[in-house]
Design a protein around this ligand. Structure first.
Ligand SMILES: [Zn+2]
Length: 261
């Protein structure tokens, strides 16, 4: 189980019947400042360019845009089960699954997709590849324990936490992510000070990967079944867009996961 850079994407290799991947900024058709693989319709990029970029991301795994499902993300902790009837929703912007930051499916007919700007993409499957899941965890989703909800919903379908395989994808690292007191207090309440490092009296560096790892472990996921992508989206601006570090109009990445048909 590992993350591996493969052309224009970072692939999460977890199971031979699962495809999971995260986009880089390479290999798309958008012009600056969205160069080149911007996957969001909401940042001011040209619509046909975004559609082509999304199509390429799906094609990189041999899948079609019509199989993609995407929600409207709101930095909360709602997780939804989705099925083949929802294929295509949100794929070109229209009719997304409402107010959802994570979803799960047992259907090989669907590709789950979420948009990311520095937040942690959490890819989930299990030893038998019965289901796949994809979550969006910025600091808000992390402290609202979206990762625990995902684990619990899988458990309700009979997929035990100790059988889960989890990948924490490219996100802003502690090197580039400074937070203030309200965020520090919320994270400390969740998992203690371990992912926090003081910068001065009012600012801390936050390791979101570590905070998510600790909650997942507490929910029953085996430590050795959680792997972290070795990339900071803030440091690696050659590879990724960074909303926080670039502090200007920029593109958005996408995470995708599906069961093999
Ligand atoms: Zn960094």
């Amino acid at each position: 189980m590992q993350f591996r850079l493969d052309g224009s994407r970072v692939v999460f290799e977890a199971h031979d019947r699962v495809q999971a991947w995260f986009s880089t900024r390479r290999g798309g058709v958008s012009f600056p400042p969205f160069d080149t693989l911007n996957l969001s319709y909401g940042v001011g990029d040209l619509r046909p360019a975004v559609t082509e970029n999304r199509r390429r991301m799906l094609a990189s795994a041999g899948r079609l845009l019509e199989e993609l499902v995407m929600p409207h993300q709101v930095h909360e902790n709602h997780v939804a089960w989705v099925d083949a009837a929802m294929a295509g929703r949100g794929a070109q912007g229209a009719n997304p699954i409402p107010a959802t930051d994570g979803f799960l499916t047992e259907s090989p007919e669907l590709v789950l997709g979420l948009g990311y700007a520095d937040c942690v993409p959490i890819f989930v499957t299990d030893l038998d590849a019965r289901a796949v899941g994809l979550l969006h965890a910025g600091w808000r989703g992390t402290v609202a324990e979206i990762q625990r909800r995902g684990v619990e919903m899988l458990q309700q379908r009979g997929i035990e936490p100790q059988n889960l395989l989890v990948g924490l994808g490219p996100a802003i690292g502690a090197c580039c992510y400074e937070v203030d007191l309200p965020v520090k207090a919320a994270v400390e309440k969740l998992v203690g000070m371990e992912p926090l490092t003081a910068v001065d009296d009012t600012h801390w560096r936050l390791d979101l990967h570590l905070a998510n790892r600790r909650v997942l472990e507490r929910a029953g996921v085996r430590p050795e079944h959680i792997v972290e992508a070795p990339y900071c989206t803030g440091c690696r601006r050659d590879l990724f867009f960074s909303y926080r570090v670039e502090r200007r109009m920029t593109g958005r990445m996408g995470g995708y996961i599906c069961l093999e048909r």
